[in-house]
Ligand binder design. Sequence first.
Ligand code: SAH
Length: 226
Amino acid sequence: MIARLRLQPADVGLGMTGQRARDRLIEDLRAAGIADERVLNAIRTVPRHRFVDEALASRAYENNALPIGHGQTISQPYVVAKMTEALLAAAPTRVLEVGTGSGYQAAVLAALGLEVYTVERIGALLRTARKRLRALGLQVRSRHDDGRIGWPEEAPFDAILVTAAAPALVEALLEQLAPGGMLVAPVGPSAGQSLLRVQRQADGSCVQSDLGPVIFVPLLAGLVDR
Ligand code: SAH
């Protein structure tokens, strides 16, 4: 089920930021191996150009990461699709995202009808992301904090998605997974990160698989207020 979004004329027209640009992106994602129609539909529905600076809007439907300020990036659509596809395998209801950034990944999850919690360490990015999500009529709970501690008050989650890379899996996040829950996270040094998928079993043990090489900004400690 795709949530109903509050859209504007430029989001649905045929220009660089309209529906046709998104349809082309969907074809690129299909060609790259994304097969889950729910994921493709959510990406077709969410206007990605609203999650970048106006100056970059015309490039929003290229299959690339783009700068969002503060040294951070909005993830490549292919990576958003792949991570979303991986976590849907756990049939989640409640999802935690670590690293709100632009808010785009959270919007894709919310468009899928999931109950989304997201944590961001840079205050300015979080404030902008909140405004964008609200303008689209998407319900996302968010918090300004160091996401390496997860969101203990709201745990457990059916799925946790980490959108910044740590040297190793973060134990506190694995502990906030419900039985059967799925964590999807980039792990490793900036030169050699892998996207890992870890499913927590009923007995508390974890089964891990490697979804391939990725490039993410680092998961960092501490809060930035501005
Ligand atoms: N999911 C984002 C991708 C943003 S890039 C999007 O769709 O746009 C990764 C984000 O993780 C950055 O905004 C960065 O500030 C944030 N981040 C890095 N370390 C973090 C931490 N410890 N806690 C929360 N957010 C963190």
